[in-house]
Design a protein around this ligand. Structure first.
Ligand SMILES: [Cu+2]
Length: 313
């Protein structure tokens, strides 16, 4: 348990860089994730890529995302820096990242017990600098509240390629997180909202399109004044319980013709200012197993996080 790598990606190359400074030794473990290799070695991992970005796989497979954590050994309760570097096949920084959903880089963090969820951005606290763009180095800060395993996923876009990579990290210290609890309930309360998730078809099959249908009510009445969150009716992080699979999806309003033209969907900004009570999410689950679904909706100027669990056959 103790000698696991800090960043234990489903990836192959682990770059170990040791920086010697006068007063201290800072070791940076960098996990290199070349999508092309990842596709070859872990096919399930990028299956969703095929359906989300038809015809884009080739180009995006040349792009690699590295993560480096400071400190290298993450500790529960301590603020950590996570630095993502996006490089081309030639190893050059990808300087022309494109804004999708109002941000250059989206970072999702979730704990293996699914008690922790965060969706953060390098520019949440201060604007992205020219230096960051030049080096294609994007830092975020995060305090991991409990020890255990976490998934860290990055989504961005460059030259019309959607880039999605994920890593797992082990956080040491106390307190330790527990096991995730299986809970397949379909009606839950989140703050003021009561949310029903229905699934069509009811049995989810890996590799087949499934629609997650959210119905949102308050005091028994349908909510019709939901608000966009980062230009979409809903942002979702769908994570397999072994943390091997990650999908960043977006909700759409029922009857919307967008389907899976993901890039167009990512770029377009025509979500109405108010909508509800229903949000649909077409998803293709890449493999069987238990998945946690975190979804974020805007309501009364706040972002509400909904969480559900499903089983895929
Ligand atoms: Cu985001």
């Amino acid at each position: 348990m103790t000698n696991k790598p800090i960043v234990s990606p489903k990836k192959n190359h682990i770059l170990l860089t040791v920086l010697l400074c006068t007063a201290f030794v800072l070791s940076l473990v960098s996990a290199r994730a070349a999508s092309s290799e990842t596709v070859a070695m872990h096919e399930h991992h990028h299956d969703h890529g095929d359906m989300q970005m038809k015809g884009m796989q080739m180009k995006s497979s040349e792009i690699t995302v590295d993560i480096e954590t400071v400190p290298a050994q993450l500790k529960a309760g301590d603020s950590a820096k996570l630095i993502f570097t996006i490089r081309s096949g030639e190893g050059k920084p990808v300087q022309d990242l494109q804004i999708t959903h109002e941000r250059l880089v989206h970072v999702i963090i979730a704990s293996a017990d699914f008690a922790v969820f965060a969706h953060i951005h390098p520019d949440d606290l201060a604007p992205v600098t020219d230096e960051m763009k030049k080096k294609a180095e994007y830092p975020v800060r995060f305090t991991f509240p409990k020890a255990g395993q976490y998934i860290i996923a990055l989504d961005t876009a460059a030259a019309d390629n959607l880039i999605s990579e994920h890593f797992t990290v082990d956080v040491s210290g106390e307190p330790k997180m527990g096991q995730f609890v299986k809970d397949f309930s379909r009606e839950k309360i989140f703050g003021d909202l009561s949310v029903t998730l229905s699934i069509v078809p009811e049995k989810i099959t890996a590799g087949k399109e499934t629609t997650l249908k959210y119905m949102i009510r308050k005091d028994g009445k349908p909510v019709t004044d939901l608000e966009p969150f980062l230009s979409a009716p809903m942002h979702l992080a769908i994570i397999s319980s072994d943390l091997d699979n990650f999908i960043h999806e977006h909700g759409q309003l029922p009857g919307s013709p967008m389907g899976h033209d993901h890039m167009a969907h990512m770029m377009h900004m025509n979500t109405p200012k108010k909508f509800g009570p229903e949000i649909d999410v077409p998803v293709v689950f890449p493999g069987s197993g238990v998945y946690q679904i975190f979804s974020q909706v805007g309501y009364k100027g706040k972002v509400i996080v909904l969480s559900f669990m499903v089983e895929v056959e």
